[in-house]
Ligand binder design. Structure first.
Ligand code: TRP
Length: 361
């Protein structure tokens, strides 16, 4: 879902985005009409609780509040930072299952894969004419991803994927993009592209909206080994699809410290505080309150508390997940319907773009 290294965005633009997000949240509560959210993920497999607490839960909330919802399964983006595509069918299926299990409703929301929407991808061409090489090269998130991938040379697709992402957002005139902090440079790039398109090709007409990022207040969940973030490859996660026993086992193995008095101190005691954060997210209680309840009974008690809270919280999602897994045909049907809707939208947008550019023959 969101990429590593989120510290590279300058703190001022982060603060501005955060303030703006708070205003948008207020608007959503009053009147969500006119808002169209587009967000999504690279399909790299099933999701974990970091995804759920950090973004997926938020999307379901937006959908339920009446915001028009578009979710992109960004399959082309998988090959920006790796050479092997891997089991893409399986990854897409897992992602789709988690979306639906989480409460994304295919009747109200559109889920699609961008490889299935040619007109979306074609927007990349005019959009590329609106950006410069230095602009692309200074994108801090792309630089961080290159480093994280351990590659020395930047691939063409990796360098331009923020432009591709602009096409993901603008093809459907998305104006609201719920994302993590690391994605802010891409949203800024999207705004620049929209502005330049409108000026350069649309004669000043506001054809593409300049979308807003919507940041959530969800705290970051660290890996259970105390690492910066949960990642499936490190095995330091609780996956949404795990059962209760596996969840307990994972949490029991989490790194903690030797102080039996449980306190919420994210700076000084990141691992213990991370468990408290998870328990807090699962129960809706404050981490301090949970720390006080556990008291001096140590990390073992905290772990059992956290695992039980998490299992109770995830039970409805997991029950839906188990049902969905039995019906792969249904999942494909949902995806095909989403792709059809996305294609209709993208075709109409591309047609307009061609008209603006005098390229209708
Ligand atoms: N780049 C995003 C990520 O790595 C995924 C993504 C692709 C996305 N297209 C998008 C997010 C459009 C928001 C909007 O997590």
């Amino acid at each position: 879902m969101t990429a590593p290294n989120s510290t590279s965005t300058s703190s001022t633009s982060y603060d501005t985005a955060l303030q703006r997000s708070q205003k948008i949240w207020e608007k959503i509560e009053k009147d969500p009409s006119g808002l169209r959210m587009l967000t999504g993920d690279r399909p790299t497999g099933a999701l974990h609780i970091g995804h759920w607490f950090g973004s997926l839960r938020n999307r379901v909330r937006l959908q339920d509040a009446g915001v028009e919802t578009w979710l992109i399964v960004a399959d082309y983006q998988v090959i920006t930072d790796r050479d092997v595509i891997g089991d893409i069918q399986g990854s897409v299926r897992e992602l789709l299952t988690d979306y639906l299990a989480a409460g994304i409703d295919p009747e109200r929301s559109t889920i699609f894969t961008h490889s299935a929407v040619p007109a979306l991808n074609q927007l990349l061409l005019p959009f590329l004419s609106l950006v410069t090489q230095p602009e692309l090269e200074r994108n801090p998130t792309v630089k961080a991803e290159l480093q994280a991938a351990g590659k020395s040379a930047m691939g063409g697709l990796m360098l331009t994927y923020p432009v591709h992402q602009a096409a993901d957002i603008l093809f459907c005139h998305g104006n609201l993009v719920p994302v993590g902090k690391d994605q802010l440079p891409h949203i800024e790039q999207t705004r620049v592209i929209a502005r330049r398109f409108n000026e350069r090709y649309a004669g000043g007409v506001e054809f593409f909206p300049e979308p807003d990022a919507l940041l959530s207040e969800a705290p970051t969940i660290l890996g259970l080994d105390g690492e910066h973030k949960m990642s499936k490859s490190r095995g330091n996660t609780v996956m949404l699809k795990m059962d209760e026993a596996e969840t307990l086992k994972k949490i029991k193995k989490a790194k903690t410290d030797a102080d039996r008095q449980i306190t919420f101190d994210p700076e000084g005691r990141p691992e213990v505080s991370n468990l408290l954060t998870i328990a807090s997210q699962a129960t809706g209680r404050t981490p301090e309150d949970i720390a006080e309840e556990v008291g001096d009974r140590g990390a073992g008690t905290l772990k059992i508390f956290t695992a039980e809270a998490l299992n109770a919280h995830l039970a409805p999602l997991r029950a839906r997940r188990a049902e969905l897994e039995k019906d792969p045909g249904y999942l494909m049907q949902v995806l095909r319907a989403g792709n059809e809707r996305a294609n209709a939208e993208a075709d109409a947008t591309l047609q307009k773009v061609r008209e603006f550019m005098g390229m209708v023959y």
